[in-house]
Design a binder for this molecule. Structure first.
Ligand code: SF4
Length: 339
């Protein structure tokens, strides 16, 4: 990584430098790619070789930091398991990986895994190729050299044409900072919009919210468009179950009666996909007009709720309360009452 930063910090993103800078990443991918068999020990020619369980990262890196382990034989990963470092207990739960984390072995062993670089047959650097063929075009194999050439030349082209803001850096932000900066993913609709619902509605990983170990002290838990029994950062389903057993009530808002609702819901509120924002606004309208909200809390901890608490420089008319009440757009966001 340091080498990569060195190279692009000189704004000299040549193919050769890009290849050198990407060596670490390519090496880790090659470890994944070299594992080519999943056989029972009795038929595995590596059975007599030294086996070693090593702790590995979950490279989905959702933030859950769950424990994954790989069984390595002669430098090849042949099996995977999760946390078994201690007995599971409510006070000291195992940090077991979710199905997504455990399915990483499919990225290693799956017959349809990506084994070499490919590109769309009609895609060419510089113009995006025939856009109408996206999703329908054939895929053709290319060499690593060619792939790295494309990545390097496209980053340069995009920067020169649209500026650094047009580069989305999901990770390796530091390296791109040395290349003039990039859009970090907390500033976009993906991770920008996701962490707050994840934190406050989905009960997932704790980013400034109460620790999930505190869930069992809750009286009411609302899960909004969430199915943590299947997948959620940090896999908090175990903690939700503890909260349920401690007496917490659950309301699950989701278009379908998902596994989490089946396990936990005292009340399931089905909504049509895409209508949950309208539902939230209707609830907010009801709360505001019936004075059910905690104005003191909002005054103290929130910016933007009403005209008197807007961030510096913001138009006071753009506050949330007036939007919900329809003060300026003439459209109160009232709940629709079906007769
Ligand atoms: S919750 Fe799943 S994807 Fe996230 S870190 Fe844990 S195993 Fe990986």
């Amino acid at each position: 990584m340091a080498d990569f930063i060195d190279k692009i910090s000189n704004f000299n993103l040549s193919r050769r430098n890009f290849i050198k800078a990407s060596t670490a990443a390519a090496a880790s991918l090659s470890l994944v790619g070299c594992a080519n068999t999943l056989m029972p020990a009795s038929t595995n020619p590596a059975a007599n070789q030294e086996e070693k369980w090593v702790t590995v990262a979950c490279w989905h890196n959702c933030g859950g930091r769950c424990l994954n382990k790989a069984l390595v034989v002669d430098g090849v990963v042949i099996r995977q398991k999760t946390d078994d470092t201690h007995p599971d207990s409510p006070d000291f739960p195992q940090q077991r990986a979710c199905p997504r984390g455990r399915s990483q072995r499919q990225q290693i062993f799956g017959t349809d895994r990506l084994r070499y670089p490919m590109k769309r047959k009609n895609w060419n650097p510089g113009d995006g190729g025939k856009r109408e063929l996206r999703g329908r075009d054939e895929w053709v194999r290319i060499s690593w050299e060619e792939a790295l050439d494309h990545v390097a030349s496209e980053i340069k082209r995009i920067k020169e044409t649209y500026g650094n803001k047009s580069i989305l850096a999901k990770s390796s932000t530091q390296a791109l900072n040395a290349y003039g900066g990039a859009m970090t993913f907390w500033g976009c609709t993906s991770d920008g919009a996701w962490p707050k619902p994840q934190q406050f509605m989905n009960g997932g990983r704790s980013r400034g919210s109460n620790d999930r170990l505190d869930l069992k002290n809750s009286k009411l838990i609302v899960l909004w468009g969430a199915n943590p029994v299947w997948s959620s950062g940090g896999n908090p389903a175990y903690n939700f179950k503890q909260a349920k057993e401690a007496g917490a009530k659950f309301i699950v808002v989701d278009p379908y009666y998902n596994d989490t609702a089946q396990l936990l819901a005292d009340e399931w509120i089905p909504v049509r996909p895409g209508t949950d924002t309208a539902l939230l606004l209707g609830i907010a309208h009801y709360m505001i007009t019936n004075n059910l909200h905690d104005q003191e809390f909002l005054d103290k901890y929130c910016a933007g709720f009403d005209a008197d608490h807007m961030p510096a420089g913001a138009d006071p008319k753009e506050n949330f309360k007036d939007y919900v009440l329809g003060t300026y757009d003439g459209e109160p966001k009232t709940p629709l009452v079906l007769q």
